[in-house]
Ligand binder design. Structure first.
Ligand SMILES: [Zn+2]
Length: 430
């Protein structure tokens, strides 16, 4: 915790450094990262054999990596031979609270925007970096320790330890704030009731969930609002702003690297935390090279989120580059048949069970007048994969009283969305 607090100070200082000075720090860090990776990771040692890595690294000359490759080569990418994908997945299946694997690693799973489950591990040291970074974010949001009446912070997101946001809370819950963690999958009226009892000063969560809550006009008056993990549509922003009269912050994080962009008090785009990762922008994708991960090193890791970089300096005085916005992660709220009416279901209620299906390589859920249609690319046995999905999704839908027809079909491959961003939509409403 002390070390995380020290790292926070460094992070805050770098945000306002002259660009050249910060870039020099980043280039040095990039060189160290690539050389350590080429030395310690069997996969990268082979991929980078024969490349001259002395002096300044020419990142553009190195190969990029797709998530599918990472998952296929997982055991050879990681630098600790005790770690295997099978071992980490077994840990993930039984994880409770802030449990560490081998007394050292926190493990996370993400269904991601590509529909294929990703598995990521962070050592204690790497996790401390993330916590320092999270404290930097809190500083920007204005979530600061306060006495005598402690700040009340409510979150509406994932509560599973497989999601980073909930683990930050567990790691930092040392009584600085009063914290209420709510599960975004809970029925909206239940969320509203619990928030009204708690009366949060800060409300942070998935934009789709906060927008559903905002529509109910709960009797709460949070002054700090922030959304994370999903793209926030203009309709969601308007709903949140109208309900509480404050502009919500937008936080961007990925399981592969942690939180690495958020807007500032000017709300004029997202500042990129470029001391956490080196990012290259290509048409239709970003390539991300985290600058602090040594256990599961990623070089030029391809992400399909689309961003537009704003070259103008921000009035807030931070010198980090900004994104005008992030496009593509949006999944819509589903309105599913339940008895004689419908029930609003957060996409996470479907994404969660799907992410837990080990026999599923990739999937898409389509909702139309005929019911829910799930297309699945299986790992191995197709019948077993279909049974796994029917059991997992069936239980999740039953728990919400949904009685839509559920149809699961295994296919050889899934197509990308035909829309302008070419984005892969996990959950589609037709
Ligand atoms: Zn700013």
């Amino acid at each position: 915790m002390l070390r995380a607090a020290r790292l926070r100070t460094d992070f805050l200082a770098r945000e306002r450094m002259p660009r050249e000075q910060r870039d020099a720090w980043r280039r040095a860090r990039l060189g160290e990262t690539i050389r350590a990776t080429a030395s310690d990771s069997p996969y990268w040692r082979e991929r980078l054999a024969g490349v001259d890595l002395r002096g300044e690294v020419d990142l553009g000359a190195l190969p990029a990596m797709e998530k599918a490759t990472l998952m296929d080569e997982w055991d050879r990418v990681v630098t600790d031979p005790r770690l295997t994908l099978a071992g980490v997945e077994a840990h993930i299946d039984t994880i409770e609270g802030d449990a560490l694997l081998h007394g050292e690693y926190r493990a996370f799973a993400s269904s991601g925007t590509s529909g294929r489950r990703g598995v990521f591990v962070y050592s204690r040291d790497e996790w401390t970096w993330q916590l320092g970074n999270f404290l930097r974010l809190q500083d920007t949001l204005g979530v600061k320790p306060r006495l005598p009446r402690r700040l009340r912070v409510a979150t509406v997101s994932a509560t599973s330890p497989l999601h980073m946001t909930s683990r930050y809370g567990m790691s930092l819950d040392i009584g600085l704030h009063r914290v209420l963690r709510l599960d975004a999958r809970e029925p909206t009226d239940e969320l509203v009731a619990r928030l009204e009892r708690f009366r949060p000063d800060a409300l942070i969560g998935y934009p789709s969930a906060l927008a559903l809550v905002a529509h109910e006009r709960p009797r709460i008056a949070p002054t700090i609002l922030a959304t994370t993990s999903e793209v926030r549509t203009p309709e969601m922003t308007a709903a949140i702003r109208d309900a509480w009269g404050a502009e919500p912050f937008d936080i961007y994080g990925i399981t592969e690297c942690g939180i690495f962009a958020a807007d500032c008090e000017e709300h004029a785009g997202l500042h990129v935390y470029d001391d956490l990762a080196w990012i290259e922008y290509e048409s239709g994708r970003m390539l991300v090279t985290p600058l602090y991960t040594r256990t599961q090193p990623l070089i030029r890791y391809a992400m399909s989120d689309l961003v537009e970089v704003d070259p103008e300096p921000c009035p807030c005085g931070r010198t980090t580059p900004r994104w005008r916005g992030v496009e593509g992660r949006a999944d819509d709220i589903l309105h599913l048949r339940a008895g004689s009416g419908t029930v609003a279901v957060h996409p996470l209620a479907l994404r969660g069970p799907m992410a837990a299906c080990e026999r599923v390589k990739q999937y898409r859920v389509i909702h139309d007048a005929g019911g829910l249609h799930v297309r699945v690319v299986a790992h191995g046995d197709e019948d077993a994969a279909r049974d796994e999905v029917i059991a997992a999704l069936g239980a999740a839908l039953k728990a919400r009283g949904v009685d839509e027809r559920l149809e699961v079909e295994t296919v050889a491959a899934l197509e990308r969305d035909a829309g302008p961003s070419g984005k892969f939509k996990l959950i589609e409403i037709r």
